[in-house]
Design a protein around this ligand. Structure first.
Ligand code: APR
Length: 390
């Protein structure tokens, strides 16, 4: 079959892009490897920046998050030098987060796409993008019965994440990958427990980092830094709550609401950026374009922003023959991506003692970084602007 745009992947990037395109009457299809149920139940980041909400609103995609999302504007740090909070709605550009679980956002985006007549194929895995250096690229797929099939398009949008077909189809040398492995790992947990404070709390401790992220009234996300290579199952629930209590310094600041751990997984802190974000007729957006360590919750926000920029550029090209936006796409996104990368890198060094031969020096720098965030108004404004912004 033939369409104007084949979108690979039904995550926040692919579904936002699909909605932007269908809004303008562009003929497109979304191909998604997993089932509808898997797409709608995958729990990931939930912190949306104001700019993200504005983009979604512009396309009529924000009703659910306006109704059920919760505003957040405070984060707290617990360290060896005491505790402090930043009310970031009163700092920087004065913006807040909307906390809205990603599976709900994805469900809303999918419902809107289908209601607008959008076509999506679930359980259809793209295996390769061919002829991306021509203006008739093809996407090879396997459908749900394992049968091979193909789609022809004018453009392909690779929104299929870090292990997707878009990345894997780039010929060697066409696109450069800048990569950093921070050598750190987190055990990420979802606990069936109400949040213990109306804020994100970051704990910096000699035993490692711990984080508390309010999610909904019933469920809270926690992170516990662990050794690289640890399996998520090797941590008993008792050990998890003991470590959280120690690192979050509950003896000083009060207990955490405990509950059953309903989901767990290891996150290795790694970042990468592809450059450029285009190879001929194939464009990259979301995790396919750049991976961010989760320290600053930027992934979904960048995915939505890139989808909007790419969507407008594709519309201008396909409806008006104006390709300037597509020419600019990569540079425009890369400048935003690198700013987000720089900030999350700074956050990693704010929250962890990075191992290495100069570890005592790094440890002292880390304490000083926290001290300047605690005491300097201009540093706090800079933090707020970057923490909520994309
Ligand atoms: N063919 C079709 N679909 C694929 C393929 C493939 N070969 N490979 C992966 N996919 C699908 C995945 O099943 C997934 O649904 O692509 C989708 C990619 O979605 P995400 O991983 O959510 O990536 P993205 O939309 O870029 O969102 C990025 O959102 O999840 C948050 O913070 C997280 O940084 C992340 C951000």
């Amino acid at each position: 079959e033939s369409v104007d745009v084949v979108v690979l992947g039904a995550g926040p990037a692919g579904l936002t892009l699909g909605n932007v395109l269908i809004d303008a009457g562009i003929d497109c299809v979304i191909l998604e490897r997993t089932s509808r149920r898997q797409v709608q139940t995958r729990t990931r980041a939930g912190f949306l920046a104001e700019n993200t909400v504005r983009i979604l609103e512009r396309h009529g995609l924000a009703d659910g998050l306006r109704r059920r999302g919760r505003e957040h504007s405070r984060c707290e740090f617990r360290t060896e030098d005491g505790r402090f909070a930043l009310d970031y709605a009163g700092l920087g550009r004065g913006e807040r987060h909307t906390v809205y679980p990603q599976q709900e956002l994805v469900s809303d985006l999918l419902a809107c796409f289908l209601a607008a007549g959008g076509r999506i194929r679930f359980e259809t895995e793209a295996s390769a993008v061919l002829d991306a250096d021509t203006d008739r690229p093809r996407v090879l797929v396997r459908d749900r019965d394992g049968r091979p099939d193909r789609w022809r398009a004018r453009y392909v949008a690779g929104c299929d994440g870090r292990h997707g077909a878009a990345r894997n189809s780039l010929p060697p040398g066409a696109v450069r990958r800048h990569h950093s492995d921070h050598g750190l790992s987190w055990l990420g947990l979802l606990a069936e427990a109400p949040p213990s404070m109306p804020a994100v709390a970051y704990a910096v401790h000699g035993r490692g980092f711990a984080g508390h992220m309010a999610r909904t009234a019933e469920v809270t996300r926690y992170y516990v830094q662990c050794e690289r290579g640890t399996s998520a199952e090797s941590w008993s629930e008792d050990r998890i709550w003991d470590e959280l209590a120690l690192r979050m310094r509950t003896a000083d600041y009060g207990p955490l609401n405990q509950g059953r751990v309903i989901q767990r997984g290891i996150v290795d802190l790694e970042s990468d950026v592809l450059e450029p974000l285009r190879h001929g007729s194939l464009f990259l957006a979301g995790d396919a374009a750049s991976l961010l360590s989760p320290s600053a919750a930027k992934g979904a926000n960048l995915a939505v922003l890139e989808a909007e920029i790419l969507g407008q550029a594709l519309i201008a090209d396909l409806l008006r023959g104006d390709s300037a936006g597509l020419e600019r796409y990569s540079d425009q996104c890369l400048s935003v991506i690198w700013r987000a990368q720089e900030f999350s890198h700074w956050m990693i060094r704010l929250l962890h003692d990075v191992p290495g031969p100069d570890s005592s020096f790094q440890h002292a720098l880390r304490r000083s970084r926290l001290a300047s965030l605690r005491t300097s108004r201009s540093r706090q404004n800079w933090f707020a602007e970057n923490y909520v912004g994309v």
